[in-house]
Ligand binder design. Structure first.
Ligand code: HEC
Length: 256
């Protein structure tokens, strides 16, 4: 029994621990989604449709459901966020030809409907803030969370030009020849060149938050409804428990 309880506790904690784990030498910042923050989700959808959707479709999500959840009237949504002649009931598919895309980028841009479920929302949030300039990469950009990614830095005009800053830090051990303390190069700071982006650092973090929050919603669009119903189910079970207890007492009386 004790073992079972322990196993249960570990299985609850494991995802939390996994999310906090650093990726390479990049310290992951925990992402806390908020599906009740409709303005954040609206901004996220707008940024996504403008900067990501051209490459990354959302094949398992419909415009109509999204508009309704985000509390955006259908006409406003169609006029501002749907760039094709798709109807409001359509799936959020784009026209990126997979085979050609594979030739262009090395890997076809994956559908992102489930990305926060596969990679975790913390991963996506940190990934969006971890691009840096790297002239050795085909698109001139690399990423601390997803090294050597075949994707350009899609938000560079908003963020500005992010440069990787390296520093010599003390390492374990001493040099065998000279006896001096060893150092190693650590490159884990990204500095945005002044005046190169439309947004300030805080605004950009907010934009990354909003996009991730939107993708978190898309990953499970029924989450809010499910959680709301969950409360009623638990209440119902509590009432049922009381009634069952009372019934059991009656039966007991009949026995003796
Ligand atoms: C010009 C096309 C293009 C644009 C625009 C673009 N991406 Fe990508 N993205 C790619 C490609 C190509 C890959 C696959 C790269 C690889 O696997 O090396 C990718 C990969 C990703 C991945 C990793 C998926 C995984 O699980 O492996 C995420 C997350 C992602 N993109 C998010 C975004 C977001 C968010 C935006 C908008 C801010 C965006 N992308 C804009 C082309 C694009």
């Amino acid at each position: 029994m004790k073992f079972l309880l322990l196993a249960l506790a570990v299985s609850f904690l494991a995802p939390t621990l996994a999310q906090a784990a650093p990726s390479g030498d990049w310290d992951m910042e925990r992402f806390r989604p908020n599906l009740h923050d409709k303005p954040s989700l609206q901004r996220g959808a707008q940024l996504y449709m403008n900067y990501c959707w051209g490459c990354h479709s959302l094949d398992f999500q419909r415009y109509e459901r999204t508009a309704d959840f985000l509390e955006v009237p259908h006409e406003v949504f169609l006029d501002n966020l749907v760039f094709t002649d798709q109807a409001i009931g359509g799936l959020m598919e784009n026209a990126m030809p997979r085979e050609q895309a594979q030739n262009w980028f090395g890997a076809a841009p994956p559908d992102l409907t489930m990305v926060t479920r596969v990679r975790s929302e913390t991963w996506v949030y940190n990934f969006l803030r971890a691009f840096y300039v790297d002239p050795l990469r085909p698109f001139g950009a690399n990423n601390k969370v997803y090294p050597n990614i075949g994707m350009p830095h899609a938000l560079i005009e908003l963020q500005g030009v992010p440069n990787l800053v390296c520093a010599e830090v003390p390492a374990n051990g001493r040099d065998a020849l000279t006896g001096e303390a060893m150092t190693e190069e650590r490159c884990d700071v990204i500095e945005v060149a002044d005046g190169t982006g439309v947004m300030s650092a805080e605004e950009f973090d907010q934009a990354a938050y909003d996009i991730t929050n939107f993708l978190y919603y898309v990953g499970e669009p029924t989450r809010v409804e499910r959680e709301r119903l969950g409360v009623y189910v638990i209440l119902f079970l509590i009432v049922l428990l009381v009634l069952t207890k009372l019934l059991a007492r009656e039966y007991h009386k009949a026995y003796h």
